[in-house]
Every structure is written in C-alpha cells, then in structure tokens.
Design a protein around this ligand. Structure first.
Ligand code: TMP
Length: 211
C-alpha cells in the first residue's frame, strides 16, 4: 500500500507547527504510520542548505538565488525522505513545500508565481502533494503570536510587515489556483477546532489510502 504526502502551509505564526504535532499524535494513536518532516530541511544536506538560506547575516542574498536554494533543498529532501516513505506506506506530514516558494519567492519577492512554479516543477519532477492544508491567519496576528511565544526569529521573520502581507496575498492566489489540492482551515479558531477541521479534511484521503 502506498502512503500519502500531505503538506501544511501558512504565514508566520499561523500555528502550523503546533497543529502538525497534535495531528501526528492523533494519527499515531489511530495506528497509522506517520513520518513528520519539514522544509527547508528534513535531511542532512537539506538542513545545511536551510542554514544558508535562513542565516540572519545573509542580508544580501539575491532573490533568485534564494528561490533556487529552496528548490535545491526541496529536491534533496524529496528524493531522500518523502518519496521512500510514501512508497513504504507512510503518511508523510511536511511543514511547508512548494506553495511556500510560490507565495514567498514568487509573489512576495516579486519573481513571479509562474517562474517559481517552473523552477519547482523542474526540481521535483512535478511531484505534487496529495493534499495541502492551508491555515488561514493574517500575518499581523501570527507575528504577534511569535513575539509572545519568544520563538527564535529567522531572516524571513525579520522582513517588514508589508512583505508578510504580500506573502498572505500570494497564498490567496495560490490556493485559488490549486483549489483541488489546497484546502483551507480557519486559523482564528481554537487549537482544538483547527485540529478537528483538519482531521475532517484528511479522513477521506486516509480511507482511500487504506482501501
Ligand atoms: P519555517 O519558519 O516554517 O521553518 O520556515 C522557514 C522560513 O522559510 C519561513 O519564513 C518561510 C520561508 N520559506 C520560503 O520563503 N520559501 C520556501 O519555499 C519555504 C519552504 C520556506
């Protein structure tokens, strides 16, 4: 039995990481084989690339260099981890995938969604997730959450609010363009309700997988 590839997307502080942790605990309790991972990173080489991308000292990084590094990290992680685990029947839960590149590099950095999409299709051989959950939360709320939680900030967290608003706008375009694959959960709700809505979306996919 082949597994599933499910990705999670959202602006900074949207609650992805906490949702993923609780979802993984729920799925494991249900006896489902789960592999939790994240981008950029998720494997030794991909984590090394992550450190270059997110280093707060790399302030003069060119935007296309940035997009290519994300794509390189993505490919390495896909080949080394995602594909083998899916082939082995796991539900792979990945914190971010190519929609992040479309929203951040494509729209917010202004490279163009189509151009970044093409780079990523080349990097991934067109491998798309079976399902993507987008947590819809405005960046002003998300960033306030991060500051309250004292989470360590990376190079992209340090961008101006106008950048994060563009990321949010980018996600709106991307989720409409890929509405068959990307399902939205309202991030303004309680953690419990966010998890409940996510499980409702995922359940039919799990049922199909187990047939
Ligand atoms: P994280 O905070 O979710 O770990 O993600 C790291 C940062 O990288 C976050 O600010 C979003 C950004 N990012 C992109 O700009 N493009 C991408 O393709 C990915 C995967 C992440």
């Amino acid at each position: 039995m082949k597994g599933l590839f499910i990705t999670f997307e959202g602006c900074e502080g949207s609650g992805k990481t906490s949702l993923i942790n609780r979802l993984v605990a729920y799925l494991e309790k249900e006896g489902i084989k789960v592999y939790k991972t994240r981008e950029p990173g998720g494997s030794k080489i991909a984590e090394d690339i992550r450190n270059v991308i997110l280093d707060v000292n790399n302030t003069n990084m060119d935007s296309i260099t940035e997009a290519l590094l994300y794509a390189a990290s993505r490919r390495q992680h896909l080949v080394e981890k995602v594909i083998p685990y899916v082939e082995d029947g796991y539900v792979v839960i990945c914190d971010r995938y190519l929609d992040s590149s479309l929203a951040y590099q494509g729209h917010a950095r202004g490279i163009g969604i189509d151009k970044v999409y093409d780079i990523n299709v080349a990097a991934t051989n067109g491998m798309m997730p079976d399902l993507t959950i987008y947590i819809d939360l405005e960046p002003s709320i998300g960033l306030a959450r991060i500051q309250n939680n004292n989470r360590e900030q990376n190079r992209l967290d340090l961008e101006k609010m106008s950048f994060h608003k563009k990321v949010y706008e980018g996600y709106d375009i991307v989720r409409k363009r890929f509405s068959d694959r990307i399902k939205t959960v309202d991030g303004n709700q309680t953690r419990e309700k966010v998890l409940e809505d996510t499980i409702k979306i995922i359940n039919p996919y799990l049922e199909r997988m187990m047939k």
